[in-house]
Design a protein around this ligand. Structure first.
Ligand code: SF4
Length: 255
């Protein structure tokens, strides 16, 4: 299977957890804000040296909460992934970061009991954030909602990430998505950021829709008023200008 590499100990890939993170190549979406687009496009990828990785996982397993698979979209290589997870499962619990639009293979993996935690994005508005034509985006959004229902049927906990763009009100999309979640979940708001912190696929799009502030605050308020547990990614707060604007609104204990 094609990978761009792994990290034996990561503190930033799942909220509040330590992970051994593996990046898998390929993706069915073209998100304009994607900063892993080279992995999604299968550039800088190589065949996974499976035994070497499993050996490293084995020696680090006592340190980690999850073996976390991300990408790209890991379910693009779901058959190979299933085989790998059969070897991983005796060593660690498994967290899968997926865009939830490849639903049949998702169901196969969950049915096999190989996944303990799901991380996914509410990418809204989908016709902007999927980076694909409107018709395709609408269908993919429906698949995503189905994916949320499938994960809920297996009672698997979800980290629901919201990549927050500037210039769009995404609350109605978020409301719609939450109606399809019927399992333990929390939300992480990831304000979209561009250079120098990341290298987005479409810099022109990012110049218009990255670095939100008001949108983050409104979404946070809406979610909290709805009784949802919500965290704000520290990414944006590393940028001095936005940090000073947001820090007046968010207390240190919320970050
Ligand atoms: S953000 Fe995720 S789903 Fe979107 S193109 Fe990048 S890897 Fe694929």
């Amino acid at each position: 299977m094609l990978t761009s590499g792994w990290k034996a100990v990561s503190m930033v890939d799942v909220h509040g957890k330590v992970t051994f993170t593996l990046w898998l190549c390929g993706c069915n979406l073209k998100c304009p804000f994607c900063h892993n687009w080279r992995i999604a496009e299968r550039e800088e990828c190589f065949e996974l040296p499976r035994d070497a990785m499993l050996e490293e996982l084995s020696s680090h397993s006592f340190l980690i909460d999850y073996f976390h698979i991300t990408g790209g979209e890991p379910l693009m290589q779901w058959r190979e992934l299933k085989g790998l997870l059969e070897d991983v499962k005796p060593l660690a619990d498994v967290s899968l970061n997926t865009n939830l639009t490849i639903v049949g293979p998702l169901d196969e993996l969950l049915k096999s009991g190989l996944v303990d935690h799901i991380a996914t994005d509410i990418k809204a508005p989908p016709h902007e954030l999927y980076g694909l034509p409107k018709n395709a985006s609408r269908k993919l959004w429906e698949l995503f909602l189905r994916g949320l229902r499938v994960v809920s049927e297996y009672s698997i906990p979800i980290e629901l990430r919201i990549p927050v763009p500037k210039g769009f009100n995404v609350i109605s999309w978020v409301e719609e998505a939450l109606k399809h979640v019927n399992t333990d979940f929390y939300v992480v708001l990831n304000p979209l950021v561009g250079r120098p912190l990341t290298n987005p696929r479409d810099e022109e799009w990012c110049s218009r829709h990255c670095w939100p502030v008001e949108e983050v605050l409104k979404l946070k308020e809406f979610l909290e008023n709805s009784g949802v547990r919500v965290y704000v990614s520290e990414y944006l707060l590393k940028n001095s200008e936005e940090r000073s604007r947001l820090s007046g609104e968010l207390s240190a204990s919320e970050l």
